[in-house]
Write a protein that binds this ligand. Sequence first.
Ligand code: ATP
Length: 456
Amino acid sequence: MDRKHSLDKLPQDIRSLIYLVRDTAAKKNISAYLVGGFVRDLLLGVENLDLDIVAESDAIGLAGEFARRIGAAEVVRHKRFGTATVRIRPGFKVDTFAAPKPRGKPTPLSINHERSRRIDFSTARKEFYPAPARLPEVSPGNLRDDLFRRDFTINAMAVSIARDSFGRLVDFFGGKADLEQKKIRILHDLSFRDDPTRILRAVRFEQRYNFRIEPGTLRRLKEAVKLKALFDAGPHRLRGELILSLKERSPLKGIKRLSGLAGLQFISPGLKFPAGAQELMRAIAKEIAWFKERYPRRRELDSWLVYCLGLLDPLSLRAVAGVCAKFAFRRGEEKRILDYKKINHKFAADLRKYRQRPSRIFALLEPLAYEVTIAVKAKYRDRPIQEAIADFFEIYNGICIAVGGDDLCRLGLSPGPAYRKIFSKVLSAKLDGRIKSKEEELSLIRQLVKEEQGDV
Ligand code: ATP
């Protein structure tokens, strides 16, 4: 595989950014490399637009100068870690020079970028884990040290972007051979003990690329599981990795493998992944696809969260509340998780009632996030529920009434809680087809205002 050739195949907007990093690094006399998942996917020919740069000195200075040359960018610096993230606003323009052709002159390149971009810069560092699953002690290091602190050989390669070695692969640990042989391999025996979240990462990459965790690595993984390493890991880091696992294209495969290798008790003591939960996950995948195909313009679903509802489905409300507290899910996420858990047979029976009034379906589903409604649709497969939810998305969810606050004011009602009550009654009447035109809405409102003012 010719490295230069691979970089040349990247979309031009990404290449122009790489050239600009290269030029900036050369000017500052810094050795800079592309690293991590970007390199892995470059070799695999898989699209990955997240640039990850390691500099052998002063990555923060490099990021600052790079951002200055771009213009429309903001830099977030983490001095303690020697890292910086550059966020570039869409519409930015890069003026740089393309890589020189053999024996040719570099050609000036000017590109307007439509998408916003994020580039991570970090100064090469060495890590030392003082105890299993604790945060590492960090000290300055060279490129080799920085690659050695990584999770797997396939993620521990770099590509030089220096002018004189542009595109050269740096592969100290046999990452390229492992990629070719489809193997997930740790870099040293204590890797999973040092950082147990790598157990989730091993499964994630294995399942994503259809690779195999190689036998030595699998043995170490099982040892770490036996030593209950996942129970020692920081819950916030586990949450991050769990969410990434659920964001994969087919989370079911990954969760099944994780459950087989490590169990799911590190999430909640009683959590298992029985056939019923797997079936639910499959149904969730179908419902997400249904929603995306049918409503491409609605708010984008947090698909991972719908899968998370499926994963936690076998647990009691109390256990789920415990999971939310332990992993400190964000408030909006926790609300959706608990809302789903509160959906019970009574709710389902209500929704199911044949010829249910649309206003009732609306009242049941409107307060729920789309993610919860999709999970309910996946769980209750009977026709009345399927139809009620489909009608909700198709018709009721988009309906609004023509009258507004001004109309109520004109009728002499002063703004207050009564407004909401009246609007909701008008909306119910409209949903149930009892009124249609704005005139009919107004006449109903007049009647409701009178009742509100106690005239009737
Ligand atoms: P993805 O395609 O899922 O984004 P990625 O490899 O880019 O995969 P990130 O989580 O963005 O994954 O991490 C970037 C790089 O940082 C990885 O390729 C790996 O080299 C390193 N890395 C991330 N997490 C760990 C970890 N827990 N232990 C060691 N190295 C890690």
